[in-house]
Structure formats: C-alpha cells, structure tokens
Design a protein around this ligand. Structure first.
Ligand code: SF4
Ligand code: SF4
Length: 389
C-alpha cells in the first residue's frame, strides 16, 4: 500500500533525517549573491524571486496546496541527441550520454506506448541536440500527423540546418502546436564566439529566420523566438537581425530575451565560458522545497531509449528511471516503479540528487500558475499523483 510522501516526510523530519533548510542562511545567501555581483538587474530580480519563492513555497506547503501539471499531457521524446553547434554555455560538449538519432521504428513504438497511457502531446526538443540533425525528421512528423491519439507536438530548434524546402514543409504541418527558434548572439562575432560556428552557418540562420517569420500567415502553430546573447545591458543587433525583430513585432511573434544562463545542474560553470561576457547562475543558488514538477510531469525518453526523470537539465541521465529497450513505458512511468517512487520521495524530503541540488531550473510543486506546460485541465496534488499514477 502506498504511504503518502507527506506522511513519510513528517516521519523523517521527526526522526531528524529530513533536514529543513535554514531561513536565515537562505536570506543571507541571496543578499550576498546580489551585492557580490555588483547589483546587476537580473541578479536583483533573481534574488527577489528567491525571497518570493521562499515565502510562497512555505505558505502553500503549510496550506497543503500543491500544483502538479497534468502528468499525462506531454511525453518528451529526444529524437536527436546530436547538435551541429557547440554553444559555450551548453552541456552538449561535456555530456557523456550517446550522441545519436532515435530510429523511426523505436520512435513510433515510444509514441504508441505513450498514447496508450493517455499522453497526447509530444515534446520533441532534445535535452541537448537539434531535431534537424535527424535525416528522418519529416518521416517522424508524418507519423505524428497521421497518428490520431496524438493531438499535437512542439519543439525548439536553432534553425541553422533546414533548407528552404524544409521550411516550406514546416509551414504545412497541421498538428504542430509550437515552434521556438533559439537564437544565439546579436551579430556574426557574438554568434561565432557563443556557438563556435562561422559565417556560413550564421547567414543560413538569418536567411531561414527571415523566410520563416515572413511566411507565417497561414500556419496554425504558435511561433516563438528565444534570444540569448551577452549578459550586458545593451547589445546592438546587426541590421539583418533588427529587420527580423521588426517583422516579428509586426506579426505579433513573441521574442523573449534572457540575460542569465542556466547552469545545467552544476554541469556548466564560469570556466566553460571562455571569458565571454555571459552570466551563469551559480550552483545551488535556488531555494528548493518539495518535489520538482519536471520529475512528475515532464520526463523524457532519451535518444538511446533510457527514460530520464527530467527532460531539461540532466544531460547525463543520472535521474534514469528505466530503459525502454527492456521494459514498457507503463512499467517505468509509474509509482509502482521503486526507482521512480524513490526519486519523488527523496525530492519531497529535500534530499535532492546532485544534479537537482545544483539545478537552477527547479520547478516546485508549491508554485502555482507556472507556464511549465500549457496542459489542459486542472493541476493535481502530490497525493492525487501518487494515487493515480
Ligand atoms: S544550446 Fe542548443 S544549439 Fe547550442 S549546443 Fe546546446 S543543444 Fe546545440
Ligand atoms: S531539479 Fe532540475 S534537474 Fe532536477 S528534475 Fe527539476 S529541473 Fe530536472
């Protein structure tokens, strides 16, 4: 019989095995962080958010409020763990998991198993990699388009690989719900410094981007642009990029810019940045309380078939909860799986594995209204999750 995590947690706290983080230490840490970094706006904003989170998580925990997005909305499938860029801030170069393309038959099997469990959205964004490194990408799209139980899919791409024909085919996809282009740098020099790739790739990106954003009038999917460059207050985009931003603005395409980079669960740090003016979140600067929603509602089937408890930051698969080469998804993605249950309970007790302990992408179950995923339906509590999954 299942023993609720909150009850277990109370036992563990009572037994002195589940340490609560000290309030004064947390407050001290984030003020030191803010002042120590010369009061940069994003550092101040992050510190204020930490304080808000501390108060919010504890208040919601005290009130017994938990907000887990629909665990059967999105299954993430990494079709390509290969990338053509070498971004300085990214864990891609350092990861030890295989760099490979998921075979089409295996992909279809994963999708069918996920659909049988109630999933209806497929997230194709690799943990690190780019979907267009897969020579059979459009065969995979064709399968998703024709497979009724899957209603929609989405992905991010650096858009440096597709041809004009590929983009024309993208414009025709019916079930694609969201496509976000990740854009790095603000001119050729910064693009090259960040991604390690040269002028040819940069020009192809600009051409692709301009063509894409100029031809969106007929698409049914939602486009987005995630722009990252140096962490300085003012960067001056080159004229071609400015023109693209103008088209985006006129077309109502969302361009989001972030000035601080994730640390990949502590996997990437300042030493990896080659002296570029990029700010990266330092390890463990994020207040954590309760299990992470990513573990409960955004797992990933990696390109080699292992099922990772996190779709976003654990590049080396240390949160592996099973392998689809040897077990069905329904036997892995269930609290009857002791490995999965153990991870959830440990997080709920504040016992975070190394990658989670260092992670700045953590999404607490005590935070409401997150845009973690646009799942339909109500969020659920941890007790409901444990009872149903
Ligand atoms: S950030 Fe994206 S595009 Fe850059 S190396 Fe990593 S996976 Fe590739
Ligand atoms: S804490 Fe970070 S690494 Fe751990 S499950 Fe959440 S997002 Fe993933």
């Amino acid at each position: 019989m299942f023993e609720p995590a909150c009850a277990r947690r109370a036992d563990l706290v009572g037994a002195g095995l589940c340490a609560e983080p000290s309030f004064s230490l947390r407050i001290f840490n984030f003020f030191i962080l803010a002042f120590g970094k010369m009061l940069k706006p994003h550092v101040i904003e992050s510190s204020v958010r930490q304080l808000r989170n501390y108060l919010l998580y504890n208040y919601n925990s005290w009130r017994g409020r938990e907000y887990i997005p629909d665990p059967r909305f999105r299954i993430n499938i990494e079709t390509s763990s290969i990338c053509n860029l070498r971004c300085r801030f990214c864990a891609y170069v350092k990861k030890t998991t295989p760099k490979m393309i998921m075979p089409d038959g295996f992909f279809q099997n994963c999708v069918k198993q996920a659909a049988a469990m109630g999933f209806y959205h497929v997230g194709l964004t690799p943990m690190t990699g780019d979907v267009f490194c897969d020579p059979n990408l459009f065969d995979k799209f064709a399968f998703l388009e024709s497979f009724d139980p899957i209603r929609e899919y989405s992905f991010f791409t650096n858009l440096t690989l597709p041809t004009r024909d590929d983009i024309d085919r993208l414009l025709e996809l019916r079930k694609l719900r969201e496509l976000t282009v990740s854009l790095y740098g603000h001119d050729l020099a910064s693009f090259t410094a960040i991604t390690g790739r040269g002028e040819g790739v940069y020009r192809r990106l600009l051409e692709n981007l301009e063509y894409l954003v100029s031809n969106l009038s007929k698409v049914s999917w939602r486009p987005g642009l995630g722009w990252r460059s140096y962490s300085t207050l003012r960067v001056k985009p080159d004229p071609a990029l400015k023109r693209i931003f103008k088209i985006c603005k006129a077309a109502g395409i969302r361009v989001s810019r972030s000035q601080v980079y994730n640390n990949w669960g502590g996997f990437v740090g300042r030493d990896d940045l080659g002296g570029l003016p990029i700010d990266i979140n330092e390890n463990a600067s994020v207040y954590k309380k309760g299990a992470c929603c990513m573990l409960l509602s955004s797992v990933q089937i990696m390109a080699n078939g292992t099922v990772n408890g996190c779709s976003c930051r654990d590049v080396n698969g240390t949160l592996c909860i099973g392998d689809m080469n040897s077990a069905p998804l329904s036997g892995i993605l269930t609290t009857s799986n002791p490995v999965y249950l153990g991870l959830i309970e440990a997080q709920q007790c504040g016992d975070f594995p190394e990658v989670c302990g260092n992670c700045d992408f953590y999404k607490s179950i005590y935070l409401a209204g997150r845009a973690l995923q646009r799942a339909e339906g109500e969020s659920i509590t941890l007790r409901e999750f444990m009872a149903s999954y």
